[in-house]
Ligand binder design. Structure first.
Ligand code: ADP
Ligand code: MG
Length: 395
């Protein structure tokens, strides 16, 4: 689960990580008061969407920059008005972009140098790892691709916890080695590690972390991503969830206990088990098709869930064909057949449907489908199913 920058910065403050003061607002009437609360002539106006690359983004009406540093309160109001309700496209949003529903006004910091600092879970050795680079700012992806040696990784064994030597290693990797800098980094890194650990984060990223000409170290941007499996322990974090930033189909699916992720292809997949879902997407690609989604109905789905899955799939206007690929292990193929038949009654099935059933009660399942009078194509293997659906949508 993601949150907005302004929410992440509230967490930073709670954990002693320094950030510029700011105010987030949702409507124009609140702009003046928010701008008046900022001290200093310069103000930074920041679009709040769940995507990075805002600084270099462009709005769909041509307005440039989802993050603007301006010289006066009037200019801040103008920038805020240009952003609110407008749709921002960045390299992380996809071409459709995201509507800006919140604008964040913050104090501007004078920047001596920008750094990159993050902590995330290294799944290869099951340890939190700090990622630090002197090449912070807006192009960290480029640094990782072209000069990976400029990115330092410092692992922390969670059994032993965070020690001063870890913090010194991170500070030295960033070249922040004066006594005063080490002192500030010590506090900041303790806060960062504690936040990561206490809130079950998957990622906490500061890009840029900066030094000011006066020698202060400040987090100018904040991105926090939480491990969804641990959210039950953090009602205060769940309260920060912004459903407006999530795909409505994904929200519907999670309500029904389905794992659904929208993709940009045109062949919908309805599969049980994450591994089989991945394999199904791969084989569709192999035969030249493009999956419209990842949908795992789980090992023990019932008829209602299968119907709901069909409803969600068919609400996507890009879907031109459906591939059902079920291996009945725990689940009976009969349940799937009944779900498909139920769905066909409730929603109009106006695209080709290929069904591959295998496993538990497969004969009974196939029989139910045959007798239903539904227009569908049966397939015998994964490859056969993928080939058939790719052919059918090309017709
Ligand atoms: P994004 O990563 O989405 O582009 P950032 O918050 O990192 O958004 O902002 C982009 C750039 O804007 C930063 O790299 C920094 O140079 C500048 N910036 C952001 N916040 C401030 C601030 N409070 N004071 C001065 N400059 C800022
Ligand atoms: Mg940034």
């Amino acid at each position: 689960m993601n949150i907005h920058e302004y929410q992440a910065k509230e967490l930073f403050t709670e954990f002693g990580i320094p950030v510029p003061a700011g105010k987030a607002v949702q409507n124009v009437e609140q702009f003046q008061a928010a701008v008046d609360s900022i001290s200093g002539e310069k103000i930074v106006v920041k679009s709040q969407i769940h995507a990075g690359g805002r600084g270099k983004g462009t709005f769909t009406d041509g307005y440039k920059g989802g993050v603007k540093v301006v010289d006066s309160k009037e200019a801040a109001l103008d920038a805020g008005k240009a952003m609110l309700g407008n749709t921002l496209v960045t390299h992380q949003t996809g071409p459709k972009g995201r509507e800006v529903k919140t604008v964040y006004f913050t104090e501007a910091s004078a920047i001596a140098k920008e750094y990159y600092l993050a902590i995330l879970l290294d799944r290869e050795n099951s340890q939190p790892v700090f990622i630090a680079s002197t090449e912070g700012g807006m192009d960290i992806e480029k640094v990782a691709a072209e000069t990976p040696e400029k990115i330092a990784r410092i692992h922390v064994d969670p059994a032993g916890g965070l020690h001063p030597f870890h913090k010194r290693a991170v500070a030295f990797a960033l070249g922040l080695t004066t006594k005063e800098q080490l002192k500030q980094m010590d506090k900041l890194l303790t806060g960062l590690y504690d936040l990561f650990w206490a809130k079950d984060c998957a990622l906490v990223e500061i890009n840029p972390l900066i030094t000011t000409p006066e020698g202060d170290i400040v987090a100018l941007d904040a991105k926090v991503n939480f491990d969804s499996n641990a959210l039950y322990r953090h009602p205060e974090i769940v309260a920060l969830r912004d459903l407006g930033e999530e795909d409505p189909k994904e929200i519907e699916a999670s309500k029904s206990g389905l794992s659904y992720i929208a993709l940009d292809g045109n062949i919908a997949c309805l599969v049980n088990g994450a591994g089989l879902a991945m394999a199904t997407m791969d084989i569709i690609k192999h035969f030249g098709g493009n999956p419209a989604n990842f949908l795992d109905v789980g090992g023990g789905a019932n008829e209602q869930q299968v119907t709901e899955a069909f409803r969600i799939i068919l609400s996507d206007p890009n879907v031109e064909g459906i591939l059902v690929n079920i291996f009945g292990g725990i689940m009976s193929c009969k349940t799937i057949a009944l779900g498909i038949i139920g769905a066909a009654k409730n929603v109009e099935l106006n695209v080709p449907l290929v069904v591959r059933l295998e496993g538990n009660e497969v004969k009974e399942g196939k029989k139910l489908l045959d007798e239903s009078g539904l227009k569908l194509t049966s397939a015998d293997s994964l490859a056969d199913a993928a080939k058939k659906i790719v052919e059918l949508i090309q017709k």
